[in-house]
Design a protein around this ligand. Structure first.
Ligand code: HEC
Length: 125
């Protein structure tokens, strides 16, 4: 095989792999996010200033809802970030990629959400 054919074959293999990845991503409802990286981004882009470090919501800058353990599907979550329903600032793709949003989604999903005081062990002594 001459070297040019090899390059052609490699390019073909890469494009097939790309197509397969695309199909897999389409098949899932919510992309598989990285919660650890999502936490880092959630803090870096200021979500926490309104929604709290534990996603508990807040009133510091006006009422901001709880996002911990969100019941929103990924599309609704992303829609609110790109095109907020009311007072929340919009985050464009230049600021947050879809992957960043998927990572933030994984992070807020991983948060426990509201807890009873009985679940806070130090209060049960
Ligand atoms: C300046 C304050 C502020 C910042 C910063 C902010 N939000 Fe919001 N967020 C709000 C407010 C207020 C609402 C209520 C709806 C509205 O005003 O658009 C909201 C609504 C939401 C909702 C819908 C919750 C629900 O259950 O209806 C989600 C999800 C959300 N924000 C996620 C985020 C994420 C993720 C970030 C960071 C990328 C972020 N917000 C940054 C104030 C903020």
């Amino acid at each position: 095989m001459n070297p040019f054919n090899r390059i052609g074959l490699a390019a073909f293999a890469v494009s097939m792999f790309g197509a397969a990845t695309f199909v897999t991503a389409q098949a899932q409802d919510a992309p598989h996010g990285d919660a650890g990286n999502g936490k880092r981004i959630y803090l870096a882009v200021g979500c926490f200033t309104c929604h709290g470090r534990a996603g508990q919501g807040g009133a510091y800058t006006g009422p901001a809802p709880i996002v911990a353990h969100t019941a929103l599907p990924f599309d609704g979550f992303k829609g609110q970030i790109r095109d907020p329903s009311d007072n929340m600032p919009a985050y464009s793709e230049a600021v947050l990629s879809d992957k960043d949003i998927a990572d933030i989604y994984a992070f807020v999903e991983s948060l426990p959400g509201p807890r009873s005081p009985k679940d806070v062990s130090v209060l049960n002594n």
